[in-house]
Write a protein that binds this ligand. Structure first.
Ligand code: HPA
Length: 278
C-alpha cells in the first residue's frame, strides 16, 4: 500500500513537472472513442510509458497517452487508453490514473465507455448518460487499507454520478441536437461477453447497459470527491430473446462510428464545466 501511494505521488509529480497547470476537468476515453480529438486540439502528449508507475495498456483501440487538449476553448486532460480488470490488472491498478488525477487537483471526471444496450428501447449507436451503476465485477478499488487523505473508509454511494453535471450534459445534448438516453450501467469483469441467461439477469437487476470498465474508476473518483459524469456509447444490443453474436471488432467499429456523436456532446459540454457543479 505505501508503494501504491508512492507510485501515484511520483506519477503526479512527473505530470506536474511536464504540465504545471492542471486542468479542472479530465476525460477517460473508452475503446475506439478517441478519434474526435483532432491533432490540432492536442497541446501536449505524455505517453504512459513516460509516467513512472503507470501500467501499460494492452488492448487494441487504446493508445496509451495522457493528453493535454483544448476543447471548446477549455483545457482538459484526456486519458487516451485505460486499464481493465480483464487484462489482469487489479482494481487498484485499474484506478491508478484516477488517483493521479485526483492528486493533481482534477475536480470533474468524464468517464466514457463502449457498452452493450440491455434496454430494448435503446438503439445501437446511441449515447447513454449513467444515472447509477451496479458493480458486478467482483472487485472494488477500495479493498485493502484506506488512504484517509484520499477519502473515507466507507464512502457514501447514493449519488456517484453527479446530478448537476448530468443536467449540464442534458442541456448540452439539447444545444447540439444529440439524443441521449439515461440509465443504469452494470460493470462486469469480462473478457467473455454475456450469455443470454446472464443478459436476462442483468436486465432483471435493473441495468440498461453493460460494459467492462468505468465502475472501478467511478468508485475511486467519488471516494476522492471528484465529480463524475458517465457516458456510454451503445455499440451493440444485448437482448436475451434475440441474442446476436458480436465481437470485439464489431464493438470497436461501432464505437468508432459513435465517436463523432460523443465528440459533439463533449465539445458542447466542456465549455460549461468551468464553474462549480454542486
Ligand atoms: N457486454 C459487455 N461489454 C461490452 C458490450 C457488451 O455487450 N458491448 C461493449 N462492451
Amino acid at each position: 500500500m505505501p508503494q501504491y501511494k508512492e507510485n501515484i505521488e511520483k506519477a503526479a509529480a512527473r505530470i506536474k513537472n511536464i504540465c504545471p497547470r492542471t486542468p479542472k476537468t479530465a476525460l477517460i476515453l473508452g475503446s475506439g472513442l478517441g478519434d474526435w480529438i483532432g491533432p490540432e486540439s492536442i497541446r501536449q502528449r505524455i505517453p504512459y510509458a513516460d509516467i513512472p508507475g503507470f501500467p501499460v495498456s494492452t488492448v487494441q483501440g487504446h493508445a496509451g497517452a495522457l493528453l493535454l487538449a483544448e476543447i471548446g476553448g477549455e483545457s482538459v486532460f484526456v486519458l487516451s487508453g485505460r486499464f481493465h480488470l480483464y487484462e489482469g490488472y487489479d482494481a487498484r491498478t485499474v484506478t491508478l490514473p484516477v488517483r493521479v488525477l485526483g492528486l493533481l487537483g482534477v475536480e470533474t471526471l468524464v468517464l466514457t465507455n463502449a457498452a452493450g444496450a440491455l434496454n430494448p428501447l435503446f438503439a445501437t449507436g446511441g449515447l447513454m448518460l449513467l444515472t447509477d451503476h451496479v458493480n458486478m465485477t467482483g472487485h472494488n478499488p477500495l479493498t485493502g487499507p484506506n488512504v484517509d487523505e484520499w477519502g473515507p473508509r466507507f464512502p457514501d454511494m447514493s449519488a456517484v454520478y453527479c446530478p448537476a453535471l448530468r443536467a449540464k450534459a442534458l442541456r448540452a445534448a439539447l444545444d447540439c441536437g444529440q439524443r441521449v438516453e439515461q440509465g443504469v450501467y452494470v460493470a462486469v469483469a469480462g473478457p467473455s461477453l454475456e450469455t443470454p441467461a446472464e443478459t436476462r439477469m442483468y436486465r432483471i437487476i435493473g441495468a440498461d447497459a453493460i460494459g467492462m470498465s468505468t465502475v472501478p474508476e467511478a468508485i475511486a473518483a467519488h471516494h476522492m470527491g471528484i465529480k463524475v459524469l458517465g457516458i456510454s456509447c451503445l455499440t451493440n444490443k444485448n437482448l436475451p430473446d434475440c441474442m446476436a453474436a458480436t465481437s470485439h471488432e464489431e464493438i470497436l467499429a461501432q464505437a468508432n462510428a459513435s465517436a463523432a456523436a460523443l465528440g459533439a456532446l463533449l465539445s458542447a459540454l466542456i465549455p460549461q464545466l468551468g464553474g462549480r457543479h454542486a
